[in-house]
Design a protein around this ligand. Structure first.
Ligand code: GAL
Length: 823
């Protein structure tokens, strides 16, 4: 099977251009509707009417998640369910399944809508990047449209609803049902809303489609299809396109007149000489800038950013990008941003991707729904391959009020919008039509899979379709797995060989792997491999040996990935902890966020981060020791020590006394192949040190952990020393409770108070404790295992912003961050 490259359109860039180019300003404006929204929770009669008095409502800016401010309660979306995917035999009460936050119910948003330049011959459109959920959109009291699925982008033409006087009211009613989700969905206008103003003759929303069907070292053929609406061939329509490279140099141009035989679509074939190819390591982008003319009048201007790359999926071989065989080093991520909830923020996403780069990851599966467009654009820019996923259920429900109720009527429209919005992005490598949908084994399920796959192929023939499958016997025997372009299996490493013999594709993907559970910095004794293990403190051990009855430790997947050449890599569940699904504590309130993450809810790396990094990041040395070494009361007791490293062997010392040298190597225990483990170490306070050796036996690195004394001071470490003064940019400041010598106090739970002054504000805090009910937006929080993270947001005025952190009995700390214009 061969799939060709392709790529993307970027309305954000269009805005920049319109602001600097007066000709374009007349033709197209893309205005973000962020400020001066009024919001209320609850249903209100007549709230859509222009004359409605909303002055008592809260003033908010969008993106906005109305539920993230809490309070947490076990009664928010209490679910009495039997989770079949988890092999549960009877229904039990789950309190934190969707995060324990108040997202259920109705919410209203209202705003004045000024439409600059609107008048005869102009048109206006609203584009919602996502609205949670069941959006009814009203302009001047009249409903312009409805879209139920909260994760998808959608748009409505509002031209005929606008007042020529220019005084318009926009109102949006949203409603979240109980028992509609398996994780925290967020609530409200949690993604951006755009107002597009164009000429009547225009290029519609997502109106271009770029593919690069031929790529050689000398040239790439770029095929650009551009739709045109509101005009006709009699108007002498012409499209002038320039392709620019990343430096802005024009590398190809073409002017094309619309012929009577073209319908409403231009097709342009351009040639880019000596193309620079897009890959995760070289995320090179090009932009096609098109100008639409009717005679000599400029009617529209449209930017389509894209990349040039090719890929193949070949039987018995796997996945190649630009001719190079590679395996996905992927993570699955939910859409929430931890303490920010679902409210989208580009800086928060960029920080996630920066951490994933350091991990060595090169791919993300957007589980189990369409991502924010900002994520897809950042993946293009920073170099991540994406599986963009659509649904968690089809006709047969997983939850009482889930997507199944809309499936028949909406699934095609939802798939079409997903593909149209994102098909120009080089980062998007595959489309997923579903995750563990119960229709895998239901009569007719295979037919639905075929229908959805056909829709995707119709809209984008350049990328393969996959799905995450867990019902192995059913899908292998009923034709479901055989019909997919790329079979994806969730948690079935031991059955890959069987799938290989039974399926025609002769390649497959670990679409969801591991689901190991751990709490950052928490270690449990004795150290044993365990399934569904629970402890009274609602935490899981960070020795990375605990999983669910259906899932595995990371190493079990590694063994198969290393042994079987038809595997195309894995997507670990998950990169980051997320709100909701607190397995194995689904029934044990106050747990309300996940334990699956390689990083915790605050984005702090757990030990597992270094296990994956030692495998995935070849360019940086990894040498990480666990557990911490402050165990008053454990003196003389067995305290196993693990080292996660990309060096082949290492020697461990306790207070200078060698504990022997360990070497990674073949063994029946998967762990011994990927971790260095000293199982019989007796704890003695002092120094735990590891010396790593390279393949030639030369000592090449060392790492030491020391026993900490009493909490003494706070240390602040900011990830950014300067921010853009745009009212959105964020610094994540790690707060460490340290002893007088600067050692982390690994069990410290001191409460830390925050004060932000100057050109910014305190936005949120998180400590990664899945059982903490502290509110994210309040400027105080307890450290969890010695650490937490404070999020500082820049204002729109340049200057200095200072974060001050204080705690009882601790020497306080402060950090100053500069804010200014973008470089
Ligand atoms: C999978 C599912 C994910 C998550 C995970 C936890 O079965 O696809 O959404 O629930 O299990 O292990």
């Amino acid at each position: 099977m061969r799939f060709f490259p392709s790529f993307l359109s970027l309305p954000g860039l269009a805005l920049l251009l319109t602001l600097t180019n007066p000709a374009a300003a007349q033709s197209r404006q893309d205005i973000l509707l962020t400020s001066n929204w009024k919001f209320t929770k609850g249903d209100v009669a007549n709230a859509a009417q222009p004359g409605f008095k909303d002055d008592k409502w809260q003033t908010v800016s969008v993106p906005h998640d109305w539920a993230i401010y809490g309070p947490f309660s076990s009664t928010n979306d209490l679910q009495q369910v039997k989770i079949e995917q988890n092999n549960e035999k009877q229904a039990t009460t789950k309190a934190g399944r969707t995060g324990g936050l108040p997202f259920i119910g109705t919410g209203w948003y209202r705003r004045r809508l000024a439409v600059p330049g609107f008048g005869p011959g102009k048109r206006a459109e609203l584009v919602f990047d996502g609205a949670m959920s069941n959006a009814h959109v009203f302009v001047n009291g009249k409903e312009v449209g409805y879209w139920p699925y909260g994760y998808n982008s959608f748009h409505f033409d509002i031209t005929s609803f606008l007042n020529p006087s220019g005084d318009n009211t926009l109102a949006v009613r949203l409603e979240n049902q109980p028992e509609a989700s398996r994780w925290y969905p967020g609530a409200g206008l949690y993604r951006n809303v755009h107002l597009l103003v164009t000429d009547e003759v225009h290029i519609p929303v997502w109106g271009t489609y770029i593919t690069t069907p031929d790529i050689t070292a000398d040239f790439a053929k770029v095929k650009l299809r551009t739709e045109v609406a509101g005009g006709s061939v009699t108007q002498n329509l012409r499209l002038d396109t320039e392709i620019r490279d990343a430096a802005g140099t024009v590398v190809a141009t073409l002017s094309t007149a619309l012929a009577a035989t073209d319908g409403q679509q231009f097709e342009q074939n351009l040639v880019v000489p000596q193309p620079r190819l897009w890959s995760p390591e070289t995320p090179v982008l090009y932009t096609a800038s098109s100008k639409l003319y009717a005679g000599s009048a400029l009617k529209d201007e449209y930017q389509t950013r894209f990349g040039i790359r090719s890929f193949t999926f070949e039987a018995n071989k796997g996945f190649s990008l630009n001719g190079q065989l590679r395996r996905f080093r992927g993570v699955c991520n939910h859409h929430d941003l931890g303490p920010l909830g679902a409210a989208i923020n580009t800086a928060a996403l960029r920080r996630q991707l920066t951490l994933l780069k350091d991990l060595g990851a090169d791919a993300i599966r957007t589980t189990h729904n369409m991502p924010a467009p900002e994520l897809v654009s950042l993946a293009d820019e920073m170099g991540f391959m994406l599986i963009v996923e659509s649904f968690d259920e089809w006709k047969k429900p997983k939850v009482k009020n889930g997507y199944s109720q809309y499936f028949d009527e909406w699934s095609e429209r939802d798939v079409v919008n997903m593909v149209h919005r994102d098909r120009n992005h080089p980062s998007v490598i595959m489309w997923s039509i579903g995750n563990e949908v119960p229709d895998q084994w239901a009569p007719g399920g295979t037919k639905i899979a075929k229908r959805l796959q056909d829709i995707v192929h119709r809209e984008d023939p350049t990328r393969p379709v996959t799905a995450g499958m867990d019902q192995f016997d059913a899908v292998v025997n009923n034709g479901f797995a055989a019909l997919l372009d790329v079979p994806g299996f969730n948690y079935k490493p031991h059955r890959y060989p069987e799938a290989y013999t039974k399926l025609p594709q002769a390649l497959m993907l670990g679409s969801e792997t591991a689901s190991t559970v751990s709490s950052r910095g928490v270690y449990k004794f004795p150290v044993v491999v365990a399934k569904d293990k629970k402890y009274p403190d609602n935490q899981s051990s960070s020795y990375d040996l605990e999983a669910c009855n259906w899932s595995q430790t990371p190493d079990e997947e590694f063994v198969q990935q290393d042994a079987l050449n038809y595997l195309m890599g894995e997507f670990v569940w998950t990169g980051f902890d997320y709100l909701g699904e607190p397995t194995p504590y689904d029934e044990s309130w106050p747990s309300h966020s996940s334990y699956f993450g390689i990083m915790d809810l605050a984005g702090l790396p757990k030990d597992r981060f270094y296990l994956y990094r030692s495998r995935w990041n070849p360019t940086a040395p990894t040498l990480h020791l666990l557990p911490h070494w402050t165990w008053p009361g454990r003196e003389g007791q067995t305290t196993p020590v693990f080292c996660y490293t990309n060096y082949p062997s290492a020697e461990l010392f306790v207070n200078g006394v060698s504990q022997g040298r360990q070497t990674k190597g073949p063994s029946d225990k998967p762990q011994t192949r990927y971790r260095l483990m000293w199982s019989d170490v007796k704890y003695a306070p002092g120094s735990l040190k590891v010396v790593a050796y390279d393949a030639q036996g030369k000592a090449v690195g060392e790492e030491e952990v020391r026993t900490a004394g009493k909490p003494h001071h706070i240390k602040l470490v900011t990830d950014r020393s300067s921010l853009v003064a745009d009212g959105q940019d964020l610094a994540y400041v790690t707060v460490r409770v340290e002893d007088a010598q600067g050692n982390l106090c690994p069990e410290a739970a001191n409460e830390v108070q925050f004060k932000v002054s100057g050109a910014g504000k305190f936005r949120a805090a998180a400590n990664g404790n899945a059982a903490s009910l502290e509110l994210f937006h309040e400027p105080h929080m307890k450290a969890f295992q010695g650490q937490l993270v404070a999020v500082v947001q820049a204002s729109d005025k340049a200057g200095n912003v200072q974060l001050q952190a204080t705690g009882k009995g601790l020497k306080s700390a402060a950090v100053t961050i500069q804010t200014g214009s973008a470089k």
